[in-house]
Design a protein around this ligand. Structure first.
Ligand code: FES
Length: 280
């Protein structure tokens, strides 16, 4: 069992948890992920490691309540335990040697972008972070990004905070103003990563994206997380989750991402009703 040491509500649907998992904390690197099960018979949830503390033996996860399993996870409190917590899985993000990088985060994807920005900053790179959210209420990790970024732009779709517009608007401005990036790292909704990659392709800037498809075993056995990169089949769990954004087949990934929406909705509704009954 893995104890929840700290729980923090970052916005109405995004929650941060620090989980005691010393063996994972010892080996974790930015870009890697864990798979957890809230209860023994529960669904497996893959979550990218948002931070880790080797000295205290904790791993931080940040997740959005999007379905039944994340709703169950969100219901846990400090002191409660998670049944299974496995990792670190996946290939760490390659950030060594980069001198100047634009880190782009979209929504809860910013939670995955943050440890990468932090590591780049630690390694001495110049970090320009551009993070986008639907509105002010959904903005997360602004202070954390500030401490590791040479430039930070917070964008909102509706202009209720920061600059109104899309992350690609500001990224384009930065590139057009003469900023020369070794690499752009984009993490967020598929559609955002698709448009970031399309933008940077035109400027010939290498762009890495973090893919987060449905995962089951997390070890390359089930094929659930497959995607096409440069015409070849890859598995996000063992070959990624980071891939060259200019080579990812985003159309296929977008189509696959909607396959389980209806099923997920029904499970979510059933879980909501369950919680309502328990509360009564
Ligand atoms: Fe099964 Fe990746 S999760 S192959």
């Amino acid at each position: 069992m893995y104890r929840i040491i700290k729980k923090e509500i970052l916005n109405p649907t995004v929650i941060k948890m620090q989980v005691k998992a010393p063996l994972i904390a010892k080996k974790a690197e930015p870009g890697q992920f864990i798979i957890l099960r809230v209860k023994e018979e529960g669904e497996r949830i893959p979550l990218t490691i948002a931070d880790f503390d080797r000295a205290n033996g904790t791993v931080t996860i940040i997740f959005q309540v999007v379905g039944a399993s994340t709703l169950q996870l969100a219901a846990l409190e400090e002191g409660d335990a998670i049944s299974d917590f496995v990792g670190p899985l996946g290939v760490p993000s390659h950030v060594e040697g980069l001198k100047k990088v634009a880190v782009i985060g979209g929504g809860v994807g910013s939670a995955i972008a943050y440890p990468i920005a932090k590591k780049l900053h630690y390694l001495g790179a110049e970090v320009h972070s551009v993070v986008g959210f639907r509105n002010k209420e959904l903005v997360i990790l602004e202070d954390e990004f500030k401490t590791v970024s040479d430039i930070l732009a917070v964008m909102t779709d509706d202009g209720s905070y920061g600059t109104k517009g899309l992350v690609t608007d500001t990224l384009k401005q930065l590139i057009e103003s003469g900023e020369k990036y070794d690499e752009v790292i984009a993490i967020g909704p598929l559609i955002m990563m698709k448009y970031v990659a399309a933008l940077t392709k035109g400027y010939g800037i290498k762009t890495m994206v973090s893919m987060n498809p449905v995962m089951i075993d997390g070890t390359g056995m089930c094929g659930g997380c497959r995607l096409t990169v440069d015409g070849k089949t890859k598995f996000a769990c063992v070959d990624g989750p980071d891939f060259d954004g200019h080579l990812v087949d985003f159309e296929e990934a977008l189509a696959r991402s909607t396959m389980y929406k209806q099923f997920e909705r029904s499970a979510y509704d059933a879980t909501c009703n369950l919680f309502k009954k328990e509360v009564r």
